[in-house]
Ligand binder design. Structure first.
Ligand code: ATP
Length: 249
């Protein structure tokens, strides 16, 4: 199994609060897993734990059968396997870097490619995410949110990860750009067999894009199903409420 979470619990102190309670999930190679739930349900805490930024006392989290703990050393190897993209792509980019510099970073960190090879990889990925090479000379203050999210996706892919975690990746974008970015992620998932965890408060996005859905409420997994089974009568009442709120049913 590529990624496995078993009976994970995370407790915050002052005031004491169990933010994740007995959470389990599995992610296979090439799979797209959606994690949905309302604000405050624990989605961010869960993905922070997967990326090695959040410690936990109970349970077990493994990537490629390797146990994850929230240490600097772990975070270093996790970042080779797992990359993240976020809701606000512009704030994920360093305003003092050109897009060329932003994209060169993972290649400098994770590969031994020559300058010429790096240049070629960057040109290839820019084409893959449907951007014009002229964007490479620009800074983040002169590009759109949609272009910035394409750059963030390109930057993540240059690290050649097994897993891409997308935390509300289309929430801040207009409808047309949302669909373009979803299609792009879908294509990369299929072509490169990257496993994707897609976090959203909007279950309609997850149903369009993912193979499986995990519904989280107040830190607990209340539903976990294959997308094809979304209309099943046995769906949890909270899942149905989320679907009603986005007018799916
Ligand atoms: N460092 C912290 N210390 C104490 N409580 C925290 C901390 N971080 C988050 N929480 C609390 O943990 C709960 C879960 O938060 P989390 O951000 O994981 O939820 P979420 O589902 O990602 O919400 P959102 O969609 O708004 O980001 C919330 O009640 C939040 O207030």
């Amino acid at each position: 199994m590529l990624l496995e979470v078993n009976n994970l619990s995370v407790v915050f102190h002052y005031p004491e609060k169990k933010v994740l309670d007995n959470v389990s999930l599995k992610l296979q190679k090439g799979q797209k897993l959606g994690i949905v739930g309302e604000s405050g349900g624990g989605k961010s805490t869960l993905i922070r734990t997967l990326a090695g930024f959040q410690s936990y006392k109970n349970g077990k989290v493994t990537i490629q059968n390797k146990l994850i703990k929230a240490t600097l050393k772990d975070r270093k190897w996790i970042s080779r396997e797992l990359q993240m993209i976020f809701q606000d792509p512009l704030s994920s980019l360093n305003p003092r870097q050109t897009m060329q510099q932003a994209l060169e970073e993972p290649l400098l960190n994770f590969t031994t490619f020559s300058k010429e090879e790096r240049k070629q990889r960057i040109l290839n990925i820019i084409e893959d995410v449907n951007l014009h090479p002229s964007i490479l000379r620009r800074y983040s203050d002169s590009i759109s949110g949609g272009q910035a999210q394409r750059i963030c996706i390109a930057r993540s892919l240059l690290a050649n990860p097994e897993i891409l975690i997308c935390d509300e990746p289309i929430t801040s974008l207009d409808m047309v750009t949302q669909i373009q970015i979803l299609k792009l992620l879908e294509r990369f998932g299929n072509e490169k067999q990257i496993s994707i965890i897609f976090v959203s408060h909007d279950i309609s996005h997850v149903l369009k894009f993912c193979d499986e859905v995990l519904v989280i409420r107040d830190g607990r997994v209340v539903d976990y199903f294959k997308v094809g089974e979304w209309q099943n009568e046995n769906r949890n009442g909270y899942t149905k409420k989320l679907m009603e709120s986005t007018r799916i049913i």
